[in-house]
Ligand binder design. Structure first.
Ligand code: PEP
Ligand code: MN
Length: 357
C-alpha cells in the first residue's frame, strides 16, 4: 500500500460515509467509491462528536475493522476522525493511513495536544479541520502543536469545513473564505482541501461550493457519500451516493492557475487596473463617509444625544437593500458591508463623543 502523499495528487479526493454504520454499508459504499476511479482516500467517522446528546455517536472500534477490510478490498488508503490518544492508537493499529482532527476537537487545545502526542513519530497524513467557531488562531495553534511533535509539514493538511454563526444563512455553516485564505498565508504551501458537505448541510450546494474551492486553488475535496443517504444515521441530508459523487467530481473544473498567453495577460492586466482604480475610489469614499460620521458625532455631543439611533440605521439598511436587485448585489453581501460600515461609524462617533473637550 502506497503511503498518502498530500502534496502529490491534484485534486485530492477523499470520500466515504459520514459514519461507518454497519459492515455492509461501509463495504458497499467504499467499493462503489473505489469503482469510480476518482477517489484517492476513503473516509468514515468511527467516533462521532455530536452537538446534541442522543444523536448517533458512532460504532467505535468495530468500524475500524470494516475500514481495514474496505482498504484490503479496494486497495485505497483510509482516514478516520480522532479526538483522543486512544482513538489515535486504535486507528493506527487498524492500519489507518490518515487521521483528521474534527471541528469540535480543534477548538480544544488539551485534546489537540493529546492527539498530537499520540501521533509523535507516526508518518500518517494528519488533516486539521477548522474549529467550529471562526478563530484562525485556534486552527493555526492545532497545526503548530502537530509541528511541535515533529509531524513533517508535508504530512499535515487543512480541511475547510465552514464556521458556526448565529442566525440562518444559505449554508448550514458559513464558509467565511477569508479565514481559510488567512490560514494559507500562515502556512504557505500546506495542502488545503474543502469539505463542501459540512459547509452546505444539504446536497444541493455541493457543486457550487466545490467549484468555488477549485476556483480558489484548493488542493482537493472531502465529500460525504453513503450508499443509501436517506437511511444514514448521521448527516443524512448532505450525503450523496457514490454515483452522485462521481458526477460531482467530474463536473468540477480544476483550472490552471495561469497561462502565458499574451491575449490573456493583456485582458487580465486591463481588468486589474480597473479594479485597482475602483478600489481607490471606494476607499476615498469610505474615508469621506467616516469623516462625516465624526462630524455627526460632534453634533450629537453638542446636543447630548446618544450615538445609536436605531430607526435611522434601519432606514439606511432598507434604502440600501431596496437597491440590491437593481445592482445585482446579494442582500447577504450588502448586509455584511453595511454591518462593517456601521460598526466603524459608531466607533468613530464614540471616539469623538467620549473625547474630553
Ligand atoms: C465529519 O467529517 O463527519 C465531521 C464530524 O465533521 P466536522 O468535524 O467538520 O463537523
Ligand atoms: Mn458528517
Amino acid at each position: 500500500m502506497k503511503k498518502i502523499r498530500l502534496t502529490e495528487r491534484r485534486p485530492l479526493i477523499i470520500s466515504g460515509p459520514c459514519s461507518a454504520e454497519t459492515r455492509e454499508q461501509t463495504l458497499e459504499t467504499c467499493a462503489a467509491l473505489a469503482a469510480t476511479g476518482l477517489v484517492d482516500v476513503l473516509r468514515a467517522g468511527i467516533w462521532k462528536p455530536r452537538t446534541s446528546p442522543g444523536s448517533f455517536e458512532g460504532v467505535g472500534s468495530e468500524g475500524l475493522a470494516w475500514m481495514g477490510e474496505a482498504k484490503r478490498l479496494t486497495g485505497l488508503p483510509f482516514g478516520v476522525e480522532v479526538a483522543s490518544a486512544s482513538h489515535v492508537e486504535r486507528a493506527l493499529a487498524a492500519g489507518a493511513d490518515c487521521v483528521w482532527i474534527g471541528a469540535r476537537t480543534t477548538v480544544s487545545p488539551f485534546a489537540v495536544q493529546e492527539v498530537a502526542e499520540a501521533l509523535r513519530g507516526s508518518d500518517v497524513a494528519v488533516l486539521v479541520k477548522n474549529p467550529i467557531n471562526p478563530d484562525v488562531d485556534l486552527w493555526a495553534g492545532a497545526v503548530e502543536r502537530l509541528i511541535s511533535v515533529d509531524i513533517p509539514m508535508g504530512n499535515i493538511g487543512l480541511i475547510h469545513r465552514g464556521f458556526s454563526y448565529f442566525g440562518h444563512g444559505k449554508y448550514r455553516y458559513a464558509p467565511m473564505w477569508p479565514l481559510a485564505f488567512e490560514m494559507r498565508n500562515r502556512f504557505p504551501g500546506m495542502t488545503m482541501i474543502c469539505d463542501p458537505s459540512h459547509i452546505a448541510g444539504t446536497t444541493e450546494y455541493l457543486l457550487e461550493l466545490s467549484q468555488t474551492a477549485a476556483d480558489l486553488r484548493y488542493d482537493g475535496l472531502i465529500v460525504e457519500s453513503h450508499c443509501r443517504p436517506s437511511q444514514a444515521l448521521s448527516d443524512a441530508r448532505q450525503q450523496i451516493t457514490p454515483d452522485e459523487l462521481e458526477k460531482l467530481v467530474r463536473s468540477v473544473s480544476w483550472r490552471a492557475e495561469s497561462t502565458d498567453d499574451p491575449q490573456f495577460v493583456r485582458s487580465l492586466d486591463r481588468f486589474r487596473q480597473e479594479i485597482d482604480s475602483i478600489d481607490d475610489a471606494m476607499l476615498g469614499l469610505l474615508a469621506r463617509r467616516m469623516h462625516i460620521s465624526e462630524q455627526i458625532g460632534r453634533v450629537k455631543k453638542d446636543n447630548d444625544v446618544a450615538i445609536l439611533q436605531s430607526n435611522r440605521w434601519e432606514e439606511i439598511r432598507e434604502r440600501v437593500l431596496d437597491q440590491a436587485d437593481n445592482l445585482s448585489l446579494s442582500r447577504d453581501f450588502l448586509n455584511q458591508i453595511l454591518d462593517a460600515i456601521h460598526i466603524e461609524s459608531i466607533y468613530r462617533q464614540s471616539s469623538v463623543i467620549n473625547k474630553g473637550d
